[in-house]
Design a protein around this ligand. Structure first.
Ligand code: SF4
Ligand code: SF4
Length: 247
């Protein structure tokens, strides 16, 4: 991108007043993050961050680097594509022990409390979610996490880690698959079986999917999906494993 003159272009549009703030959005390994953030005087940058993904992609290491460089951050996936809004029962129960906040609110509290975060992006499907998010965003101030919050996050990380089969966030960047396998659907069912103790339901739903959907056994191993997966998943092998379990 540097060889293509992207920075000259960015400087030009900024000088002309067409754009006030220049930033980049990021999904990759930490080393790439460090290279990119140090390559230009960015006004901001955007990463995936939530209480589960502190050591994933840029993670907290990337957050701290951006903070040291004085580059404010936009946070995406604060509720991990909705997953942290509906965690396993044992996580919900541990939350109820110290707060009335919903699981989604407790998840949002994590990035909202980081003092180098200027925006937390969260997808909302209905007005109740808008209200819920506004409520927590109004309440949380920088550096306000309590010991209870910290130990809740730590405990939840351990529980999720022990249950998750694959780190697919259902972003759908891998679609369309060359033979039209619904990759996030298959991985989602595989994960749900473990995350929510829904083995039978996932297997039934998988049979439903196979009625109209393409089976992972049809994969021709073209590799198109793996190169664009922001989570760097080994989709071809993982699909085989998911199918073996679900079918
Ligand atoms: S490798 Fe398989 S799953 Fe991936 S795009 Fe190609 S056919 Fe689809
Ligand atoms: S497999 Fe990768 S690209 Fe596809 S939905 Fe999951 S995380 Fe996104």
């Amino acid at each position: 991108m540097v060889d293509l003159g992207v920075f000259d272009f960015l400087n030009d549009i900024k000088e002309k007043g067409l754009v006030k703030n220049i930033g980049f959005s990021f999904h990759d390994e930490y080393s790439a993050f460090e290279e990119i953030i140090k390559s230009y005087p960015w006004d901001f940058c955007q990463i995936q961050l939530n209480y589960l993904d502190i050591n994933y992609q840029a993670g907290m290491k990337g957050y701290n680097l951006a903070k040291d460089m004085g580059i404010p951050m936009v946070i995406m996936e604060p509720v991990k594509g909705g997953r942290l809004a509906n965690p396993p029962e044992e996580i919900k129960n541990s939350l109820k022990e110290f707060t009335d906040l919903s699981p989604a609110q407790e998840a949002l509290k994590f990035p909202l409390s980081l003092d180098n975060v200027m925006v937390v992006l969260s997808g909302m499907n209905d007005i109740d979610q808008v209200r819920e998010n506004l409520e927590i965003a109004s309440e949380v101030s920088y550096n306000s996490l309590t010991k209870e919050d910290e130990s809740f996050y730590e405990n939840a990380r351990k529980i999720y880690k022990s249950r998750e089969q694959i780190g697919c966030t259902a972003c759908e960047y891998c679609l369309p698959c060359t033979v039209e396998i619904n990759i996030p659907k298959v991985f989602g069912l595989w994960n749900k079986a473990y995350l929510y103790d829904e083995e039978e339901k996932s297997k039934t739903d998988y049979q439903e999917y196979l009625k109209d959907g393409v089976s992972p056994t049809e994969c021709i191993e073209c590799g198109k999906c793996e190169g664009i997966c922001p989570q760097n998943l080994e989709i071809i092998e993982d699909l085989k494993e998911a199918n073996e379990y679900l079918a």
